[in-house]
Design a protein around this ligand. Structure first.
Ligand code: HEC
Length: 207
């Protein structure tokens, strides 16, 4: 009886060990396949609250962009990109006049990935913002091995500076801020900014 019990207990223990081992192995195996971000990104559909929607919109950031700060952000890009007119393609294409240009066409015969070439459309401010936030999400399979710029203000400053490099498209006006009662001073300030922006744009366009 005692022997039999030991045998049964032995098998039970053995089975337990196998099950545990299997669980460990499968968890290792499957966990490595788990995507960084769960869920599917559906193209053209913007996730609600994306990029901390509580912050100012791209238009607002662009309207008050710090172009000089944007030039500094470009240091992160300069390893792969030139931006001067007629500049050489490096690991990435020359970016002179890219704002407003067709996506993935470029100049000087740069060999774009199929992912970017087939994307279509133009480099609007908005498209650039999405691209620079996460190149991989914007064009899965892109050759641009750059993780992206997480800070919306950095992106806006950079885009505003890039725009001065051969494009000079008019920047969008700031979105009207919902003025809270008693916040008249701030609202007036915003209105002044918004009024300033088109004047600046006109000056840029005239250049
Ligand atoms: C590690 C190298 C690398 C870095 C860093 C990099 N890029 Fe790129 N970039 C590329 C490559 C390669 C491509 C071509 C992508 C493709 O064909 O899929 C590209 C493409 C682009 C394009 C599309 C150009 C066109 O004509 O369609 C833009 C715009 C761009 N990069 C901007 C930037 C900016 C701005 C930064 C800095 C925040 C940056 N890149 C950082 C390598 C890089």
């Amino acid at each position: 009886m005692g022997d039999r019990f030991n045998t049964v207990a032995g098998w039970a223990l053995f089975a337990g060990i196998i099950a545990l081992g299997g669980a460990i192995v499968s968890s290792k195996y499957y966990s490595s396949e788990r995507p960084e971000k769960m869920g599917y990104a559906i193209e053209g559909v913007e996730a609600e609250g994306e990029g901390g929607e509580t912050g100012p919109s791209l238009n607002t950031l662009l309207a008050s962009a710090d172009v000089a700060a944007g030039e500094k952000v470009f240091a992160k890009c300069a390893a792969c990109h030139t931006v001067n007119q007629g500049g050489a393609n490096g690991i990435g294409p020359n970016l002179y006049g890219t704002v407003g240009e067709a996506v993935g066409q470029g100049k000087g015969g740069f060999a774009f990935s199929e992912a970017l070439k087939s994307k279509g459309g133009e480099w609007t401010f908005d498209q650039l913002d999405h691209w620079l936030k996460s190149p991989r999400e914007f064009a899965p399979g892109t050759k641009m091995t750059f993780a992206g710029l997480g800070n919306p203000a950095d992106r806006a400053n950079l885009i505003a500076w890039l725009n001065t490099q051969g494009s000079n498209l008019p920047l969008p006006a700031a979105d009207a801020a919902p003025a809270a009662a008693g916040d008249n001073a701030a609202a007036a300030g915003n209105a002044a900014n918004a009024a300033e922006a088109p004047a600046q744009n006109a000056a840029n366009a005239a250049e």
